[in-house]
Design a protein around this ligand. Structure first.
Ligand SMILES: Cc1ncc(COP(=O)(O)O)c(C=O)c1O
Length: 394
């Protein structure tokens, strides 16, 4: 690579970058030195600290190696299976739907609200059948799903509720943190680009001890006692019972050690993202784009993503051209998400047509996510603002 090429690459602002300090590096190094490379005391402490953060009481947290694993464990523990249908928004990552397939059930895609991009309960109402067993709403970009509407809808149709909170940590809805609800399970992601990270990882919040126990068993091969307990307990450590054909979904301790430090910094990092969002909103107010709405409650948005809608008629560009022009300006962007009904597998497997999801199909053409991560410097934010202004200048 030449000096000029490397300078150009340095100058490129990626769409996302984790916010890792010396504290995380130190915690991981200490754990590695301790010899606990698999699930151990750090994972147990991380679960406890996460449950306390979310409100304590009867909340239990189960650490896993991805949100996808957590969603799968939740669907499995609830006994959802062949013949069952699960409602979920078409505007999500494929994980939300794929776990429904893992257990042989049918995901039923639902259109979204045009402002929040969260599941549209009126459309969900139209798609309920006698086979509907559960609903899996997604708190898109960090905007909480309306908790009252969700609880009312689920109770009226006698549905199980699994919240996909991959984007929603930490965020409050009606004075309560997402994760402290009456839902059966709430699943967080700690993937590398998420609001707190362990590289790969996730956490499931459950209230029922029975569900928590099933998830703990199934996350480690269906073995009745997990590794940590096996080595702590007075029962001989070599003995274990396999009670089901489980999975390999446990979170290793070095990742958990990183997660504990990130958890301690979660609010500070969210506040930094909120400050970035406020700067964007001020700067883009007069540009020909639709901006995300700002909730009255300052803690009411996790600001995991900053999604703008580029309207070709007003902006003079299609979203795709906007992405290209931003890249030429040295700014990485992304699109969250290509709705499930536009992907070949889901389209064919579930017989879906774009016309059945008018809002998602229309908004997908306009949506683009700008960089918003807590390790952005003031100069990084200035760069995004200048680039967006140049590209969209009337
Ligand atoms: C909405 C949503 N659900 C689930 C996931 C899966 O998370 P993980 O990568 O931790 O399995 C993601 C990850 O991008 C996501 O965006």
């Amino acid at each position: 690579m030449t000096m000029t090429e490397s300078a150009a690459q340095d100058a490129f602002l990626p769409f996302a970058r984790p916010d890792i300090t010396d504290a995380e590096v130190h915690a991981v190094a200490e754990t590695v030195r301790s010899g606990w490379l698999t699930t151990g005391p750090n994972a147990a402490a991380f679960e406890k600290e996460m449950a306390d953060f979310l409100g304590g009481g009867d909340l239990t947290c189960v650490a896993v190696n991805s949100a996808t694993a957590g969603l799968h464990l939740a669907v499995e523990a609830l006994g959802i299976g062949p013949g069952d249908e699960v409602l979920l928004p078409t505007w999500t990552f494929t994980s939300t739907a794929e776990v429904v397939r893992y257990v042989g059930a049918d995901p039923v895609m639902v259109d979204v609200d045009e402002h929040t991009l969260n599941i549209d309960f009126d459309d969900a109402e139209r798609r309920v059948t006698e086979r509907t067993r559960a609903i899996m709403p997604v708190h898109m970009a960090g905007v909480p799903v309306n908790a009252d509407l969700l609880a009312e809808f689920a109770s009226r149709h006698r549905l199980r509720v699994i919240e996909d909170a991959a984007h929603a940590f930490p965020v409050t809805s009606a004075g309560k943190l997402v994760g402290n609800s009456t839902s059966d399970a709430v699943v967080f992601s700690f993937y590398a680009t998420k609001t707190i990270t362990t590289g790969e990882g996730g956490m499931v919040m459950v209230k029922s001890q029975e569900l928590a126990q099933r998830m703990r068993t199934m996350r480690l091969h269906g073995i009745s006692r997990d590794v940590f307990n096996r080595y702590q307990s007075t029962v001989p450590s070599w003995h274990y019972d396999v009670v089901a054909p489980g999975f390999k979904y446990n979170l290793p301790d070095p990742a958990a050690a990183m997660g504990r430090v990130q958890l301690g910094r979660a609010v500070e990092m969210r506040d930094k993202r909120r400050d970035i969002a406020m700067r964007y909103i001020d700067a883009f107010m007069d540009l020909p784009v639709d901006l995300p709405s700002v909730p009255d409650d300052p803690d009411g948005h996790a600001w995991h993503l900053f999604i703008v809608r580029v309207d070709p008629k007003r902006a003079g560009h299609h979203r795709d051209q906007f992405i290209e022009r931003m890249s030429e300006e040295g700014v990485g962007t992304s699109v969250h998400f290509i709705p499930l009904h536009l992907h070949p597998y889901w389209k064919d497997a579930c017989g879906l047509a774009a016309a059945d999801f008018p809002v998602a199909s229309r908004e997908f053409e306009r949506a683009v996510s700008l960089p918003i991560f807590s390790s952005m410097t003031t100069e990084d934010v200035d760069k995004v603002i200048r680039a967006t202004q140049r590209v969209l200048a009337p």
